[in-house]
Design a protein around this ligand. Structure first.
Ligand SMILES: Cc1cc2nc3c(=O)[nH]c(=O)nc-3n(C[C@H](O)[C@H](O)[C@H](O)COP(=O)(O)OP(=O)(O)OC[C@H]3O[C@@H](n4cnc5c(N)ncnc54)[C@H](O)[C@@H]3O)c2cc1C
Length: 396
């Protein structure tokens, strides 16, 4: 019997509505916003109107009650126009708010999630520190309990959305002597704390997606801003990594697809030596490679998302097939995306090097996906660890 690799009617409608919005609303402003490196200020109100802010959240919080396949589909279709803004939406809604949803108390969720769904709040997640990236467990940020408060000192860097966000979740050592077992998760609202500063980081790619260095200098947090219990931080942190890697694969998928579509059009229009460049075999080779790479990336990512949706435990983590599949999804999509974007620039020749052409943005943004959400090297380590665990017995 045939495997059904097609999307449902509802998924098609979602794909169409997000892409239509991206091409009509985002596309006309992207060149300028990229130049000035600013996020369109009403972005999250727009995505709220599209119904994708709380795409996997329960309806009682204002969510759509859908799954990670739909999240991936939404992120892919934003990224057909802007890889960077797709990441910004993902960092807020999946990395920050969805992980919060899975670990916070009912009271905390009732307070936070409706504001995430309405676009009133933009979220950010702080794991990385200036001296602790891949080795996140060596974080130095500390939270010391004093009475009914925690005093936070340290910093988090490369934090997507920190310069524009209202809400942040982050991890800090609450028992430094206990190593990874002494880490806890916290949340706060930027306008309700003192002792927290944000400095915008300049980047050559992923412009429009605001990135910041967040510094905590004796920042006081009420004890109730702890998420999921004292010293439970590692489980909370790892519970978000699989859905993060799967859904953010959509950022690179969108860029891959756009590169292919833009190149097909351009190669038919651009004439050299009296013929469209599409008639040259070396251009056709690149187009064929782009198509094959996109298709392989696409079904790897959607199969990981679909497997995740089918699981009761959507967190994955060490010792699960989901951990391997999620790491493989972003590893392959990320590296393939860079190859495809490079080929796309080559097909566009000198125009591919100019900021007026969307190809240049896809190319600049794309490289991030070999670094962010755990580097390619770390993803290979995860895949190898899980292969050696079960000798690939599940075949997944
Ligand atoms: C635009 C952007 C947005 C980001 N958004 C966020 C965010 O919202 N929140 C957040 O917390 N973080 C965010 N990050 C941080 C990102 O997750 C880290 O940059 C990433 O995890 C790598 O950490 P690092 O930069 O410190 O590199 P390092 O860990 O210092 O790694 C440097 C190099 O060494 C390699 N390496 C390290 N350890 C090993 C090993 N054991 N074996 C082999 N190779 C190894 C790495 O693969 C890499 O090539 C963002 C980064 C960028 C650039």
């Amino acid at each position: 019997m045939a495997l059904n690799f097609d999307f449902s009617e509802e998924q098609r409608m979602l794909e169409e509505s997000v892409y239509k919005w991206a091409i009509n609303w985002l596309e006309p402003q992207m060149e300028h916003m990229y130049e000035i490196d600013e996020m369109p200020p009403t972005l999250f109100k727009e995505t709220a109107n599209l119904g994708i802010n709380g795409i996997v959240f329960e309806e009682k919080y204002g969510g759509a009650g859908m799954g990670y396949v739909e999240t991936l589909l939404a992120y892919e279709n934003i990224a057909r126009v802007s890889n960077a803004l797709s990441m910004t939406v993902g960092a807020s809604q999946t990395l920050c708010f969805d992980n919060f949803r899975r670990n916070a108390s009912e009271e905390q969720k009732e307070y936070v999630l409706p504001k995430a769904c309405s676009g009133e709040w933009i979220g950010c997640l702080g794991i990385t520190e200036p001296n602790a990236g891949s080795d996140a467990m060596s974080m130095a940020t500390k939270a010391e309990k004093k009475g009914d408060k925690y005093i936070i000192n340290g910093s988090k860097t490369f934090i997507t959305n920190a310069p524009v966000g209202q809400f942040m979740t982050f991890y800090a050592k609450t028992d430094p002597a206990a190593g990874p077992k002494g880490i806890s998760a916290f949340f706060f609202e930027f306008d309700k704390v003192k002792g927290c500063t944000v400095e915008k980081i300049k980047k050559w790619g992923m412009r429009t997606s605001p990135t910041g260095l967040v510094t905590f200098d004796d920042m006081e947090l009420p004890a109730e801003n702890l998420i999921g219990g004292l010293n439970k931080g590692v489980a909370i942190l790892t519970s978000g990594l699989c859905t993060e890697r799967i859904t953010l694969s959509g950022c690179t998928l969108g860029s891959q697809r756009s590169c292919l579509e833009l190149c097909l059009k351009y190669a038919k229009e651009r004439v050299a030596f009296g013929k469209p460049i599409a008639s040259f075999q070396s251009i056709q080779d690149k187009l064929a490679n782009m198509y094959t790479g996109y298709l392989a990336s696409k079904w790897l990512a959607y199969s990981a998302a679909s497997y995740c949706d089918s699981q009761k435990n959507k967190s994955g983590g060490k010792g699960t097939d989901l951990d391997r599949m999620a790491a493989a999804s972003l590893l392959f999509c990320g590296e393939m995306g860079t190859k495809i974007a490079l080929d796309a620039v080559q097909i566009f020749g000198g125009y591919g090097y100019c900021t007026e052409y969307a190809i240049s943005r896809h190319f600049l943004d794309q490289k991030l996906w070999e670094i962010g959400a755990g580097t390619s090297e770390i993803r290979r380590m995860i895949i190898a660890r899980e292969l050696l665990r079960d000798d690939f017995k599940s075949g997944r």
